[in-house]
Design a protein. Structure first.
Length: 650
């Protein structure tokens, strides 16, 4: 076995030390649940009778007898979204496989699944990030009946998998496997789709042509095929040991997909306490697994959303990571995959080229992944260098590809696309943010230009339509953070700024909002913290100020006299009330008022890790202790002010 790279070991050791109090508290809590097995045995007769009243036949007899282990199925199925529609048939497959393997399964509950591809640019997008919290709570509600010895989580897309993971980790004593549905088959190429979008933005084609292009790209069941948050989720679950090996990118409605779904049921029964190979999710998701997730994200140019989601997932297991950890690993993790938007290929091409098995094999050979981890497939990440095949009608795992089948899409550790990962921590007078540069050409990675300040992406669209943006500039789009309006993704900006960049202008974006895995060829510094609503420095920027974005150096700065900068006030948001009412946004006010800063996951569940979340960052490589307290004080002050404003209004 190859020794871990020194940088991998350094960051991992730091995370272990930083997380020691909170991780020990978490493990103590879930380990205390061991005595409650079998779960149904702790229920009174009336409780238990309620738990099997809806069943018939042998399942009812088995649950009543409290003999066979019971799987709780938590699913994001709905028939509107292509990624989740395939889950309709999964419970029947799981129940049949469980019966054949001496167990039982119940559909425990559903979780909501919304699609940013539908809500982007609309009010519903302001509910998107916090749907993660709703999904986590829905998962907890599903599992809280204490009827289950294991769980299967069925989910794919942006907030669904992180929410399922956060919820499942609160039942960390349960063996849990995540069951993917797979990507749709390839349709219109990503390049052609992007071209039509830019043509529509400039008036060169009409809405009918745009709709035809979009329908040809998103044409059937399965996830969108570009490498955004949904497919980054699948990569993470696999490399963190929560999927069956190489299960992520097998198409829905195929024999292999159904065989993998059935095998997930059999395997989760095998790792229950009753079967003697007890593997609870709270032990699988440890510090090394989380670090492995970061490495896989960097090596594939994955979604920037995981600088929020992976932080929140880790915290749900008592593990504290921050953007310094991402940045330091990015310095040594090479980019091994080119998948749209940082390449022309889609995830189907990636999978055909060798996929996750080839990626894991190479990262292990480079000492850039921890092999000595517990996974749902067994001890050791080397399980994930194998891939499933149907041989004689039976599911078997064989060695994955030893060589890439397409080096334009996937490469080995000795010939990477670039020597470091595509993510940078950006910091300076404007705060701390992240940038994904794997899709940004080297000549566009440094921009020094006047700022144009906007308070919404609609304002950017209006300025673009009016021909006001044909120049070098940095778009500062502020009051887009979790506290302000739920941190919607600003997808509308990518084609607009892309058009201007293609016309020869030097342009960039700086925002306290999100861009997700759809961020592409235009340099975009996102998740800037603290956000403008919490007195963040973006609120002090004025149109005409000279901003400096230097991605290779990690610089996010403003050229201004120090005294003038110190004297400036943060501007108040305009029309803040517009983001607080209508389209269900009233229901999410409590989430907005409680959200932590972006670097802490933008989550409302900060209390999960207790007071020890405020670690000494100077010793551990994070933001200073005093700064983190200041962020929390600002957050509390902002929440208090908002509450007073609401009280006055009413």
């Amino acid at each position: 076995m190859v020794s871990p790279h020194t940088q991998l070991k350094k960051v991992t050791d730091r995370v272990i030390a930083r997380s020691k109090p909170t991780r020990e508290s978490y493990l103590s809590r879930i380990d205390a649940a061991h005595g409650k097995f079998p779960a149904r045995g702790a229920l009174s007769c009336a409780n238990l009778a309620h738990g099997f009243a809806g069943l018939e036949g042998q399942e009812k007899i088995s649950i009543k007898a409290v003999r066979e282990p019971n799987i709780g199925i938590v699913s994001s199925y709905n028939e509107m979204l292509s990624a989740h529609a395939p889950y309709k048939s999964f419970p029947d497959i799981i129940k049949q496989a469980a019966r054949e393997h001496g167990g039982i399964a119940q559909f425990a509950g559903g979780v909501p699944a919304m699609c940013d591809g539908i809500t982007q640019g609309n009010a519903g997008m302001e509910l998107s990030l916090f749907s993660r919290e709703v999904i986590a709570m829905s998962t907890a509600v599903a599992l809280t009946h204490n009827m289950f010895d294991a769980a299967l989580c069925l989910g794919v897309c942006d907030k669904i998998v992180p929410g399922l993971a956060i919820g499942a980790l609160q039942f960390g004593h349960l063996p849990t496997i995540f069951v993917p549905a797979g990507p749709m088959t390839s349709g219109l190429t990503n390049d052609e789709k992007a071209k039509v979008r830019q043509e529509f933005a400039t008036g060169k084609c009409n809405r009918d042509a745009l709709l035809e292009a979009e329908a040809a790209a998103y044409h059937g069941h399965g996830t969108c095929t570009f490498y955004g948050t949904a497919n980054s989720n699948q990569m993470l679950m696999e490399v963190m040991g929560l999927h069956l090996p190489s299960a992520a990118f097998v198409h829905p409605h195929t024999e292999l997909r159904d065989a993998l779904t059935a095998e997930a049921a059999r395997r989760v029964l095998d790792i229950t306490l009753e079967r003697g190979n007890y593997t609870p999710i709270g032990h699988v998701v440890d510090e090394k697994a989380v670090i492995n997730g970061i490495v896989a994200l960097l090596a594939t140019g994955g979604s920037t959303n995981h600088t929020l989601h992976l932080v929140a997932i880790a915290r749900a297991a008592g593990i504290i990571i921050d953007w310094n950890d991402f940045d330091e690993l990015s310095q040594v993790v090479p980019l091994l995959a080119k998948i749209y938007p940082n390449g022309k290929a889609d995830v189907n091409h990636f999978h055909a080229a060798g996929g996750v098995a080839y990626l894991v094999r190479n990262l292990l050979q480079g000492g850039l992944l921890h092999e000595d981890v517990q996974t749902v497939a067994g001890r050791g990440l080397s399980h994930y260098t194998k891939e499933p095949k149907l041989i004689g009608g039976k599911l078997q795992w064989v060695d994955g590809a030893a060589e890439s089948h397409d080096t334009k899409v996937l490469r080995g550790i000795s010939e990477p696309f670039q020597p470091d990962g595509g993510l940078r921590l950006m910091q300076g007078k404007l705060g701390r943010g992240v940038i994904k540069i794997s899709a940004v050409a080297p000549e566009h990675r440094v921009v020094k230009a006047p700022a144009i300040v906007f308070n919404s992406q609609e304002e950017v669209q209006e300025a673009f339509d009016n021909g006001e943006l044909k120049r070098d500039f940095v778009a500062v789009v502020r009051f887009q953070g979790a506290r302000a309006n739920g941190m919607p993704e600003l997808h509308r900006l990518t084609p607009l700024l892309g058009v201007l960049q293609d016309q020869g202008f030097h342009v960039a974006l700086v925002t306290d909002g999100r861009m997700s895995g759809a961020s592409g060829k235009v340099p975009a510094v996102i998740h800037v913290s603290p956000e403008a609503l919490l007195q963040g420095p973006l609120g002090k920027v004025r149109t005409g100020d000279t901003l400096v974005i230097d991605a290779p150096a990690g610089v996010l700065d403003i050229e201004i006299d120090e005294n003038e900068w110190a004297a400036r006030e943060v501007e108040a948001p305009r029309n803040q009330a517009d983001n607080e009412a209508g389209f269900g946004r009233e229901l999410f006010g409590v989430f907005r008022s409680a959200a932590l800063p972006a670097e802490e996951g933008a989550s409302v569940f900060g209390a999960l890790i207790g007071a020890a979340a405020s670690h000494d960052g100077q010793a551990n490589g994070a933001a200073p202790h005093e700064e983190r307290h200041a962020l929390r004080d600002n957050a509390r002050a902002a929440a208090s002010a908002l509450n007073k404003a609401h009280a006055t209004h009413h």
